[in-house]
Design a binder for this molecule. Structure first.
Ligand code: NAD
Ligand code: ZN
Length: 251
């Protein structure tokens, strides 16, 4: 009962802050897609409980065993292909149609786009994009490839026959500088929400602190305590798909 009341108060406080704000930024992580059946990495049921991330999501891992890396991405692409956006994606997509709202995601699953989000900053790329590993001239830039599963692994570049790689940002790789600049600019806002992320992967995890430094009201939505929990003004311990719907309902 006490918890319920506390959560209701928090939701009203967030709704008040959002109503007053002229500029709002929200950053999402894998937790936002958990209700769509896509496993997270580091949450209680996270994938990294069973595997070492650097083996599957790094240049070194790919060099060592491209087939193993592609088996993992091919499996994830099949899970994601059948997934539908959940109410958290729907609420955020609606908010992106309001002026002054910026959505930043670490997710590579494409569910924000499927829900109709506009002006999305995709910090870690897209699992639906591929490019040439060499790279050859024609395969230097990402392109979309919806094949899932691939008939043979690892898949080959259609331009030159070399290996193809997923168009996601791996551990140790740099983020796209334009995306980082856009996300950094968005931290100059009145309200910054960090939703469904464990807040351990930088530079994404640093954005909430930057927003706070610029005087934003900072809000976290996550059922678990994270690295960001102590840093934010309001930490709501709940699921994104429940809390965002509750906030949207009182706005
Ligand atoms: P993470 O797996 O490290 O953390 C997920 C967080 O979500 C945890 O803190 C967990 O408590 C929380 N969570 C679980 N269920 C939730 C729910 N229903 N509502 C709200 N929060 C919930 O994920 P991350 O912080 O995004 O990790 C960053 C890296 O993982 C990124 O590089 C990202 O590209 C990658 N990733 C992406 C996807 C995806 O695209 N769906 C999935 C897994 C990992
Ligand atoms: Zn090529």
């Amino acid at each position: 009962m006490v918890r319920q009341l506390q959560m209701t108060d928090q939701i009203s406080a967030v709704a008040d802050a959002l109503r007053r704000a002229r500029t709002i930024a929200a950053m999402t992580g894998a937790g936002v897609s958990a209700a769509s059946g896509i496993p997270t990495f580091r949450g209680a049921d996270g994938l990294w409980k069973k595997t070492r991330p650097e083996l599957l999501a790094s240049r070194e891992g790919f060099e060592q065993d491209p087939r193993l890396v592609w088996e993992w991405y091919d499996w994830r692409r099949q899970v994601i292909r059948d997934a539908r956006p959940n109410p958290a994606h729907d609420v955020l997509a609606a908010w992106t149609r309001q002026p002054g709202f910026t959505l930043i995601t670490q997710n590579v699953d494409g569910l924000h786009e499927k829900a109709g989000a506009e002006r999305l900053i995709r910090l870690h790329g897209s699992i639906w994009h591929v490019r040439c590993w060499q790279p050859c001239d024609a395969g230097r830039r990402d392109w979309r490839d919806d094949t899932a599963p691939f008939p043979a692994l690892p898949p080959r570049c259609p331009h030159c026959g070399a290996l193809m790689r997923p168009g996601v940002v791996w551990f140790g790789e740099n983020l796209d500088t334009e995306d980082v600049a856009a996300a950094t600019a968005a931290t100059r806002c009145d309200v910054f929400l960090t939703i469904g992320t464990s807040s351990v992967v930088y530079p994404a995890a640093g954005l909430v602190g930057q927003a706070r430094g610029h005087g934003a009201t900072t809000i976290e939505i996550n059922p678990e305590v994270t690295e960001a929990s102590d840093e934010v003004d309001i930490a709501i311990r709940g699921k994104a798909e429940d809390v965002l719907v509750a906030i949207d309902a009182v706005l």
